[in-house]
Write a protein that binds this ligand. Sequence first.
Ligand code: PRP
Ligand code: MG
Length: 213
Amino acid sequence: MSTRLKIAIQKSGRLQNDSLQILKECGISIDNGKDQLKAQARNFPLEVLYLRNSDIPQYVQDGVADIAIVGENVVIEKQKEVEILQKLGFSKCRLKMAIPKDEAYTGLDYFNGKRIATSYPNSLQAFLDANNLDSEIHVISGSVEIAPNIGLSDAICDIVSSGSTLFKNGLKEVEEILSSEACLVKNVNISEGKNALLSDLLFRMRAVLAAKN
Ligand code: PRP
Ligand code: MG
């Protein structure tokens, strides 16, 4: 059987359209049965796997997918062994600490002894450790910004893009933990045959990105 590269992209969510778009700009056309979780490229030995964002680093580490387009924030949070090959310039966002807008922010000490809601416990713990802070982390998987309003936490640590979700929930950002954008990642030991295909794809992607700047 001829070698094919398997790429994971978001099943649903903010990265999916731009991920498919960049493949298209690389000259790769994908048969998209909307509800299928797997698709083939017509003119490149590429198979597309539509997976949940938060599962993607694990799948790439395990070699279920050879490569993926995923947010750096997810790669950092999941702490899996994958190699970041190329930043892709879209889905830019930041991981921020935010508190109710009427609270006076007194600096990092503010978080000592506070309850913080987040979907990014590893990134948050690293930030707390680096700053010698002792807080209580509450992990929730979405709609994190509601937590202070329902008495679940004093602060949050979550992704900010436009800032509108923070604003609508009466929160203000006070510290930045990291900034992120979509990136292409690879499994650390893919075969030589797949590596050759990957070089071709990466060459095309870099040309597409260069043309945009
Ligand atoms: C993401 C993120 C923030 C929001 C940031 O949530 O968790 O809540 O987007 O975007 P903004 O600054 O442009 O408002 P998402 O809408 O993906 O939903 P979820 O957190 O419930 O998964
Ligand atoms: Mg959210």
